[in-house]
Design a protein around this ligand. Structure first.
Ligand code: GRF
Length: 213
């Protein structure tokens, strides 16, 4: 039986390299998903241009100049609902989502963050990790709640901090891991049985779920 490709929306604000990695994974058959919408809140986002060149369905919903945060979110929601997306992947989307928005897609929104959460949520995290003197950093894919980088963790990858690292070199090595992790984590959620217990995302046998097939 071939698995149905789950429709997903990818929300970006800038470069879009994680969007590209997800797209590549779908094209190469490593991720049973199809991108039905790439949405940016920034018109000049490089990722949106790339998505267009790939012939993907795109939308720009500018947050700057929007009447209110709520009004902006309503427009974003409309785009997502019209696209038929069942999962939403935040990939460098620089907006916090409201409780109402998150509640509209319960446990169906993912985010990728360039640190080992719960260390270093927020912005400029590679510099914060270096300033703190950590020896290991990395990246995290997590389900999104209304907090800042705070939802249940789906997957993580560790990256060693090297003695000569600056924020840019560390960010580059973490980004390479992000590109693999995002597709892996989403793929697990789409293909394995899982459930949430407290803050933990439990998969398959550890979740006590018997496979039906
Ligand atoms: C990535 O480091 C991601 O973890 C963070 O924002 C950055 C986006 O990069 N949330 P890109 O736009 O996917 O290249």
């Amino acid at each position: 039986m071939t698995r149905r490709a789950t429709p997903i929306a990818v929300l970006i604000s800038g470069r879009g390299s994680n969007f590209e990695a997800l797209h590549q994974a779908t094209e190469e058959g490593r991720l049973p998903a199809r991108i039905v919408l790439v949405l940016s809140n920034v018109a000049s986002a490089a990722g949106i241009e790339h998505a267009r060149s790939l012939g993907l369905h795109t939308a720009v919903v500018p947050s700057r100049g929007a009447e209110s945060r709520a009004a902006h979110e309503v427009r974003v929601r409309e785009e997502i609902e019209q696209s038929g997306a069942e999962w939403i992947c935040l990939a460098g989307y620089m907006r916090l989502l409201s409780e109402e928005f998150v509640a509209a897609f319960p446990n169906r929104i993912l985010n990728i963050h360039p640190s080992l959460l719960p260390s270093f949520p927020g912005l400029d995290v590679q510099q914060a990790a270096l300033d703190h003197g950590v020896r290991i950093s990395g990246c995290t894919v997590h389900l999104v709640d209304a907090g800042l980088d705070s939802g249940p963790i789906v997957g993580q990858r560790a990256v060693d901090v090297r003695s000569g690292d600056d924020a840019a070199s560390l960010a580059r090595r973490i980004l390479r891991q992000e590109h693999e992790l995002y597709a892996d984590a989403l793929g697990r959620l789409l293909t394995e049985d899982w459930r949430i217990e407290g803050r933990r995302v439990l998969f398959g046998p550890e979740a006590g779920i018997e496979r039906a097939d």
